[in-house]
Design a protein around this ligand. Structure first.
Ligand SMILES: [Zn+2]
Length: 296
């Protein structure tokens, strides 16, 4: 009961901050711990990878977000969480794409314990992040507000981005800066069609058969295999930093591709398998998770 009251109070505070458009405040009180061994920056070669190096085992961990609603209890009423606007990227990190379309209106938020959507490369501990914040576990990475990073500067083809190239999805840090600890979930009912070196692809069963791709889970311990049929919210694996031979930061890179042709809110054509901006779908999905709405 006390927890419910506390959550409700925090939620009211968050809503007030949001409505008044005050500058973003960290979700967790306190200052970030100073890491004993700063994480070296990633090689900033092109195209840029998804972030910095592996987390040292003795690095202090920041606190995670509030836990989702307890099963068995009435879900607390949680107000809107702080998040930046679609297309509002970190200055200097590329041109964001402002598309108001919620491409996957019933998306299951793909992180079981919540998470922090923000840039891996340009955030603390990233290859192009602030030099005075060398740790990927810096509290600034594990706090609100969320930040869009679709179309962030990359060499990868991403047709709806202004330059035709850019980050093809949204990066989401897990609830805590710890790998192999937080489940990644199926975004919709569907089939696992491909598992790569550090990728898992899910094709939705229902029209328009959107294609979701997840990167950087603990690939040796996945809960699925090629051909697995999954329901929205099923466990796929755990968030990690697997990225082939070079580890990235601890996060899930989440992509959404079109299942059918369409048009964006600013009239750009979308053909099948075009990378879609996932940010607004993720914002709505995370709000549903905070509200205690089940995925299926
Ligand atoms: Zn990414």
């Amino acid at each position: 009961m006390r927890k419910t009251v506390l959550l409700a109070s925090l939620a009211l505070l968050a809503l007030t901050a949001c409505e008044k458009k005050q500058p973003p405040a960290p979700a967790q009180p306190g200052q970030p711990a100073t890491p004993a061994h700063p994480t070296p920056a990633a090689d900033p070669g092109e195209p840029v990878g998804d972030g910095g190096a592996e987390q040292p085992s003795d690095e202090a961990l920041p606190a995670g977000p509030a836990s989702p609603a307890n099963p068995g209890e009435a879900p607390p009423v949680v107000a809107s969480f702080q998040h930046g606007e679609a297309g509002d990227l970190i200055p200097g990190s590329g041109s964001g794409y402002l598309d108001r379309t919620v491409w996957s209106p019933n998306l299951c938020f793909p992180m079981a314990d919540g998470g922090f959507a923000n840039s891996q490369v340009y955030g603390a501990g990233g290859g192009k992040g602030p030099k005075d914040k060398p740790s990927q576990c810096d509290a600034s990475n594990y706090s609100l507000p969320w930040r869009d990073n679709f179309c962030e500067a990359r060499g990868y083809a991403s047709p709806v981005c202004a330059s035709g190239t850019g980050h093809q999805g949204q990066d989401i840090r897990p609830a805590s800066c710890k790998k192999n600890a937080h489940w990644v979930l199926a975004a919709e009912d569907g089939v696992i069609t491909d598992i790569g070196t550090y990728t898992v692809t899910l094709v939705a069963a229902a029209p328009p058969h959107r294609v979701y791709r997840y990167l950087h889970m603990t690939m040796k311990e996945l809960a699925v295999h090629e051909g697995s049929e999954v329901k929205a919210g099923d466990h796929l694996g755990k968030t990690s930093n697997d990225f082939g031979k070079t580890p990235t930061t601890i996060h899930t890179h989440f992509e959404m591709r079109a299942g059918v042709a369409g048009t964006t809110t600013d009239g750009k054509p979308v053909v099948i398998h075009t990378f879609l901006p996932p940010y607004l779908s993720l914002v709505a999905a995370y709000q549903r998770q905070l509200d205690g709405t089940p995925c299926s």
